[in-house]
Design a protein around this ligand. Structure first.
Ligand code: ADP
Length: 724
C-alpha cells in the first residue's frame, strides 16, 4: 500500500509478484517515511539482512522511472559484483540496464554513460571523477553502501573526498547512505544534509552471549550447558552442529584460522551425510584443478571433512567456493579471519568469536578489537530463511573475563566514526586530486572552501585542516606537481597525470628520483622501485627469511640502485622491499605458483592482489617516465607491467593476450612451437588439442579469436577444463 503512493500499479505488482515482497520490512517503512522516495538525503543504519538493499532498489527505481541515472558505490570489489548481479536482475525486470565497473583506474569510461545503473567501488568512482567522466552530471541518485567505511584508516578518506565532491557538485544528486550501526549517525547525516534513520529490527532474533567452562551465558540472563567434547571452541561448534545448525568462527589470524579448522575437522566430519561427502569431494577436486599449492591443498583436505578456513590468502575461486558450499549447507563450519566480517554476507546460526584481541604489528602488542567490529561479526548470526534465531558467542578464558566481555562488547555501543583526512600522506594525495580535477579550485581560498565541506572540518573545524593543507601544498609544489603563485593554484601537467593515474604523489616522486639518477636498469631494479613506493603492499620479513634474503642481496647487490641502509629499522624495510621484488621477479620469470606460495609463505590470493597492485604501479611509473622524457625507463616499465599482469617472460606476451590462455598454457604452446599469434593462425585446430591443458573447446576458441577480429563473444573459462 505504501508503494502504490510512489509507483504505478504495474510496477508495484511486479515488485510484489516477481520478487515475492508481500509487505515492507520495518527498515523499509522507516526509510520511506523519512522521505527516501521523495528525493530526500537519508543515512540508513540497520543490521545486515534487514532489507537495506530493497530500500536502495526502490529509491533507484523511482529515479529511473523519472529518467534519472543511479551510481552505486561499494567499498569492495566482491561486494560490488554481488550487488551488480542483484541489480541486473531487479532493474532488468523493468527494462533498465546495469553495468559493473571496477577495473582499470586510468580511464574515464565514457561508455558507462549508456547504462542506467552504474555499480562501482569507491576508488573506481573517485578515479572516474578524476578523469571527468562525461556522464557524471547526469547521475541523480548516489547510493553509498557501507558508508561507515568513512572511518577506515586506509580507505576512508577516498570516500570522504568523493562524497564532498558530490555534495559540492553543481546540481547535487540525492544521496542515500547505508550503514552498519555507528555511534555518531546523526553527525554523519548532518554532514551529508541527510536525515538519519536508525532501525534495530532484524529478520532473525540475535542472542548474544559469552562462553566459559561448559556454559553459555546469554545477555538475556539465560544460560545453556554445553557438552564437553574437547576444547571451548569444539564444544560450541559441536553443540550447534548437533542441532543441525552451522557455525561461523572468527579467528584472529590466518594461522589460527587454519589450525582451528583442522582441530574442528574431527567433529564436523561426523555430521556429514554420504551425499554431502560426495559433493564436497567433487568441489575439492575442482578447487584443486586451478590451484595446486600448499594452501589450497590444505583447504581441499579440510573441505572433505565439512569444514574450511576463509581468508584473503585463498584464491578468489576458492573463497567463492567456500562461501557457496557454506550457504548450501555442505560445509558445516567456516573459520574466517575478521576481514570476512566486512565483506560478503555469510550468515550462520551460531557465530563464535574465539579471541577479542588482535596483535598490532606496528605497535607490537595485543589490543582489543573495536566494538564496531564485534557488532559486525555478531550481526552475521542467523540465517533469515532457516533459523528462528541466531547466536553470537564470545569465548572467555576465566570468570572475570566473562563480565569484561559483556561490558566491553555486548552492552557497549559502537564507536563514533572518525575522519581519516587528518593524516598527512592521505591529505597530500587528496589535495592534489581536487586541485587537478575540480576546475572550480583556482586559489588556496577555493581549496579551503572545499576542505570546509569535509566531514573532518565538520568535526574539528577548518583551522587545523587549513594549516595541514598548507604544509601538504608546500610538498606538492616542491615536487613539481602543483604551481603556486601568490594565492593562485594550478596543477602541473605532471601533477594532473599523477592524480589521474590514481597514485600517491610520493610514488611518482620516488619514480622521478630513480629516473633522474639511474640509467636504464635491470629487471630487479625496477621491481625494487615498484616495491619501494608507498602504493605497494609489501611482504613482511620473518626471522627465517634473513638467510635467503641476505644471500640474494649479496649476489645481486649491483642490480639494486639503492644504498643498503645502516639503520636497523630501515634495513628491515629494505629487506621487505627486496623480498617483495623477488616474489615479483619469480612471478614474471614463470616460477610455478605452488613454488612461490611455499617460498614466500603467501597464498594464491596474495599473489593475485600483489601482482594487480604492482602492475598498476609499474604502468603508472611508465607513464610518469614518459611525460618526463625518460623514454627508455618508460618502455621498460611498460613491458614489465604487462609481464606482471600475466606472470610471464616477455616472449609469451603475445600468446597471453588470448582469452583462456594464461601463463601455464602459453608456455606449453610455446614449447610446442606455437610462439606467436601467426603460428596459431597457421596451426591446425586438431594439433592444438594434442597439447596438454588445451581441450577441443579452447582450441576452437583460439581459432575463433584469431579468425574474427573484433567479434566479441561471452565465453566461460570453465569450459576449457583444468590446466593440468
Ligand atoms: P541488507 O541489504 O540490509 O543486508 P537485504 O536487502 O539483502 O539486506 O535483505 C535480506 C533478504 O531479505 C533478501 O533475501 C531480500 O530479498 C529479503 N527481503 C528484503 N525485503 C523484503 C520484504 N519486504 N519482504 C520479503 N523479503 C524481503
Amino acid at each position: 500500500a505504501v508503494l502504490s503512493r510512489y509507483f504505478p500499479d504495474e510496477v508495484v505488482r511486479k515488485i510484489e509478484e516477481r520478487f515475492n515482497i508481500k509487505t515492507l520490512y520495518p527498515t523499509q517503512v522507516a526509510a520511506v517515511e523519512k522521505g527516501v522516495l521523495d528525493g530526500k538525503n537519508i543515512v540508513l543504519s540497520a543490521p545486515t539482512a534487514s532489507g537495506k538493499t530493497l530500500v536502495a532498489e526502490l529509491a533507484a527505481l523511482k529515479h529511473l522511472l523519472n529518467g534519472g541515472k543511479v551510481l552505486y558505490l561499494a567499498p569492495l570489489r566482491a561486494l560490488a559484483s554481488e550487488k551488480f548481479k542483484e541489480f541486473k536482475e531487479f532493474f532488468g525486470e523493468f527494462g533498465y540496464r546495469s553495468v559493473l565497473s571496477t577495473g582499470d583506474y586510468d580511464t574515464a569510461d565514457p561508455s558507462l554513460g549508456k547504462y542506467d545503473v552504474i555499480v562501482t567501488t569507491n576508488e573506481k568512482a573517485d578515479s572516474l571523477l578524476r578523469h571527468s567522466a562525461p556522464w557524471f552530471p547526469d547521475v541523480t541518485l548516489v547510493i553509498a553502501d557501507e558508508v561507515h567505511l568513512l572511518g577506515s584508516e586506509k580507505r576512508g578518506a577516498t570516500l570522504e573526498v568523493l562524497l564532498t565532491r558530490i555534495l559540492l557538485s553543481e546540481d547535487p544528486p540525492q544521496i542515500l547512505g547505508l550503514s552498519a550501526t555507528i555511534g555518531n549517525l546523526e553527525e554523519v547525516a548532518r554532514w551529508l544534509n541527510a536525515t538519519p534513520v536508525s532501525v534495530e529490527w532484524r529478520p532473525v532474533l540475535l542472542r548474544e552471549g559469552v562462553y566459559y567452562d561448559g556454559t553459555i551465558f546469554y545477555a538475556d540472563g539465560a544460560s545453556r550447558s554445553v557438552e564437553d567434547v574437547g576444547s571451548a571452541l569444539a564444544n560450541l561448534v559441536h553443540d550447534v552442529l548437533r542441532e543441525e545448525g552451522q557455525a561461523l568462527v572468527f579467528s584472529p589470524t590466518r594461522r589460527a584460522a587454519s589450525s582451528d579448522a583442522k582441530k574442528l575437522s574431527v567433529y564436523t566430519r561426523k555430521f556429514l551425510r554420504d551425499s554431502e561427502r560426495r559433493h564436497l569431494k567433487e568441489a575439492a577436486r575442482k578447487v584443486l584443478s586451478s590451484h595446486a599449492d600448499k594452501l589450497t591443498n590444505e583447504l581441499a583436505e579440510l573441505m572433505l571433512h565439512g569444514v574450511a578456513f576463509h581468508h584473503a590468502g585463498l584464491s578468489g575461486d576458492a573463497r567463492e567456493t567456500v562461501e557457496q558450499l557454506f550457504r548450501e549447507g555442505f560445509l558445516k563450519t567456516v573459520v574466517a579471519t575478521p576481514t570476512l566480517a566486512a565483506g560478503v554476507n555469510l550468515p550462520a546460526r551460531r557465530v563464535i568469536i574465539t579471541d577479542y584481541r588482535r596483535y598490532n604489528v606496528e605497535l607490537g602488542y595485543h589490543e582489543s578489537i573495536p566494538v564496531m567490529e564485534y557488532k559486525q561479526m555478531a550481526g552475521r548470526a542467523g540465517r533469515p530463511q532457516y533459523d528462528r534465531e541466531g547466536e553470537a558467542i564470545l569465548i572467555a578464558r576465566n570468570m572475570e573475563e566473562v563480565e569484561f566481555l559483556f561490558k566491553r562488547y555486548v552492552y557497549s555501543a559502537p564507536e563514533t566514526l572518525q575522519s581519516q583526512l587528518g593524516s598527512e600522506p592521505v591529505l597530500r594525495a587528496q589535495v592534489l586530486a581536487v586541485i587537478s580535477t575540480e576546475s572550480r579550485i583556482k586559489t588556496t581560498e577555493d581549496l579551503d572552501r572545499f576542505l570546509e565541506r569535509t566531514f573532518f572540518a565538520l568535526k574539528f573545524g577548518t583551522f587545523s585542516l587549513s594549516t595541514l593543507s598548507r604544509k601538504v601544498l608546500r610538498r606538492l609544489v616542491e615536487g613539481g606537481l602543483v604551481e603556486l603563485n601568490g594565492e593562485a593554484l594550478k596543477p602541473t601537467f605532471l601533477g594532473r597525470r599523477v592524480a589521474e593515474l590514481y597514485i600517491d604523489p610520493e610514488t611518482a616522486l620516488e619514480g622521478l628520483r630513480f629516473f633522474n639518477s639511474t640509467p636504464a636498469s635491470s629487471e630487479l631494479a625496477y621491481l625494487f622501485l615498484v616495491s619501494k613506493t608507498p602504493d605497494m603492499v609489501t611482504l613482511s620479513v620473518r626471522r627465517s627469511d634473513y638467510e635467503f634474503l641476505e644471500t640474494e642481496l649479496e649476489n645481486r647487490k649491483n642490480e639494486i640502485p639503492y644504498q643498503v641502509p645502516e639503520d636497523e629499522i630501515e634495513y628491515e624495510f629494505f629487506l621487505s622491499y627486496l623480498k617483495t621484488a623477488l616474489l615479483l621477479s619469480d612471478w614474471i620469470n614463470e616460477v610455478p605458483e605452488d613454488v612461490i606460495v611455499e617460498k614466500y609463505d603467501v597464498g594464491p590470493g596474495d599473489i593475485y592482489s600483489m601482482t594487480q597492485t604492482a602492475e598498476w604501479i609499474a604502468y603508472s611509473l611508465s607513464q610518469i617516465a614518459d611525460v618526463t622524457g625518460h623514454k627508455e625507463h618508460s618502455s621498460r616499465l611498460g613491458v614489465l607491467s604487462k609481464r606482471i599482469a600475466h606472470g610471464v617472460k616477455e616472449e609469451l606476451l603475445e600468446l597471453v593476450s588470448l582469452r583462456g590462455i594464461g601463463r601455464v598454457r602459453a608456455r606449453r604452446l610455446y614449447e610446442h612451437g606455437y610462439k606467436s599469434l601467426v603460428d596459431l593462425i597457421l596451426a591446425d585446430e586438431r594439433d592444438l588439442t594434442r597439447i596438454p591443458g588445451i581441450g577441443p573447446n579452447l582450441a576452437r576458441s583460439i581459432k575463433r579469436q584469431l579468425g574474427a577480429v573484433g567479434e566479441k563473444e561471452e565465453e566461460n573459462e570453465e569450459d576449457y577444463g583444468p590446466v593440468e
